[in-house]
Ligand binder design. Structure first.
Ligand code: AMP
Ligand code: ZN
Length: 456
């Protein structure tokens, strides 16, 4: 049996994956801030996390996956300043903060479905877990790790000895940066807000009572509170994009480990960026970001071509977006689909040798580019069509490319009708039915053992 190795950002090394409990792997993936559509950069991170989850499942683990929805508290400014992103979205669109959050949450779920990303077992919203966040802040306060400023309650990072264990940053240098710090009331530039007060005199759309005053939670505390609530004793893997390493995840670790006295997640995995031309990160704050809708669906490109493109590059390797990459992926995926539908429908046995080789590369820190090479080698091999079909459909449990043709019953009925017309030499009717089938997006091919159907 091949063992699973994952690159742990904590140690900066490939580590053998050993879950804390034998029967359940807890996986927490930081979810979207729902003030706008997800861009395809964000979706790259969710695709990497989906692959990770599928690889864990393929290895026989039972995965409990939790994803949060950030619907309050994520501020525009880096230093706990600026407006709440959700309220910015609300103003921009003339809707309430609650409506904005709900609208973009639904849009996000639609994107996940289009990319064949398996939904988490638990979705959780920051606004549904305010009491849990307040409880956690109270523990930190009792333990002496917090202090108040005129705008909120902060975590004192200087009191947590290993604050840089994830980021590996030079803390002295960071703290020297205090001179350029905007928030002068903070004791250390790395300190962060646990609870922010509603601005004096102004009423926010989203605000709650707390022991410290009316306000809202800081961004980082939600992920600590919800990880601990929903994964409790199964704090195995925590993921996000690499931009979360230095601040968000570092702060989650500090506050959670102080509160519980235990290690907060054993494995930390981070996906590299999707960049725009020139190596700049695609960001929601740039107005011209690309979404699944405008970059693919509007151009009549199957969203799964994007999934395929992301499988072709290792998740820790930065990638520069270009339309060419997507077009190449589109033809790559089409080719693969044709190869699979040419295999016919007879199901054979999963080939053990190829399965083992596939497992070895996906278990080598999710080497999907290599896995795709094995797929193509297997399809060209001397295996029987039926065994190839069984093997590729097994691999597709990880690839998630929807390679199993699901032809609707009405199309099959049309094809059967055409087959009858053909046998009775009614060529006109036969051609007419073929055309109807094509118009509905399917190709019909005649072969020695009858017809085959596939999506165009
Ligand atoms: P956000 O909605 O901004 O909180 O980000 C959602 C997820 O997308 C986080 O895990 C980020 O780290 C990740 N992310 C943001 N920008 C990019 C990008 N350009 N490429 C890949 N992942 C990204
Ligand atoms: Zn998070």
């Amino acid at each position: 049996m091949s063992e699973l190795f994952l690159y742990n950002t904590l140690s900066r090394e490939l580590e053998k994956f050993i879950p804390g409990s034998s029967d359940l792997v807890g996986l927490y993936t930081c979810g979207p801030t729902v003030y706008n559509f997800a861009h395809i950069g964000n979706l790259r991170t969710y695709l990497f996390e989906d692959i990770l989850k599928r690889v864990l499942t393929y290895n026989g683990y039972n995965v409990k996956h939790v994803m949060n929805i950030t619907d309050v508290g994520h501020l525009v400014g880096d230093a706990d300043g600026g407006e709440d992103k959700i309220e910015v979205g609300a103003k921009r669109e003339g809707r309430s903060a609650w409506e904005i959050a709900e609208f973009y949450t639904q849009a996000f779920k639609k994107d996940l479905a289009a990319l064949n990303i398996i939904e988490p077992n638990i979705w959780c919203k920051a606004t549904d877990n305010i009491a849990e966040q307040i409880k956690l802040i109270k523990i930190l306060e009792t333990k002496g790790y917090t202090y108040s400023t005129p705008d909120g309650v902060y975590f004192d990072t200087a009191k947590f000895p290993n604050y840089n264990k994830l980021s590996h940053l030079d803390l002295d240098k960071l703290r020297e940066g205090a001179r350029v710090e905007i928030n002068v009331a903070k004791k250390n530039p790395t300190d962060f807000a646990l609870w922010k007060f509603s601005p004096g005199g102004a009423k926010r759309q989203m605000e709650w009572d707390s022991p410290w005053g009316v306000g809202f939670p800081g961004w980082h505390i939600e992920c600590s509170a919800m990880s601990l609530k929903f994964l409790g004793d199964n704090l195995d893997i925590h993921c996000g994009g690499i931009d979360h390493i230095n601040v968000h995840h570092t702060n989650e670790i500090a506050q959670s480990e102080v509160a519980t006295g235990k290690q907060f997640f054993k494995y930390w995995l981070h996906g590299a960026f999707l960049n725009i031309a020139g190596g700049k990160k695609m960001a929601k704050s740039d107005d011209n970001f690309l979404t699944l809708d405008n970059a693919l669906i509007a151009k009549n490109i199957n969203p799964l071509a994007y999934r395929y493109a992301m499988l072709s590059v290792h998740y820790r390797k930065p990638m520069e977006y270009s339309e060419e990459i997507i077009r190449n992926a589109e033809s790559g995926l089409d080719h693969l689909r044709h190869q699979v539908s040419d295999l016919g429908s007879e199901m054979g046995e999963i080939n053990k040798e190829y399965k083992y080789r596939f497992l070895e590369v996906i278990n080598d820190d999710l080497n999907l580019p290599q896995a795709l090479a094995i797929v193509s080698e297997m399809l060209k091999s001397k295996l029987s069509q039926a065994d190839k079909l069984a093997t590729i459909l097994d691999f597709d449990l990880v690839l998630g490319l929807d390679l199993e043709e699901k032809i609707p019953a009405e199309i099959i009925a049309l094809a059967n009708e055409r087959e009858e017309a053909r046998i009775s030499r009614d060529w006109m009717r036969s051609d007419e039915l073929r055309q109807i089938i094509e118009d509905q997006g399917y190709l019909l091919k005649d072969g020695p053992s009858g017809f085959t159907l596939m999506r165009k």
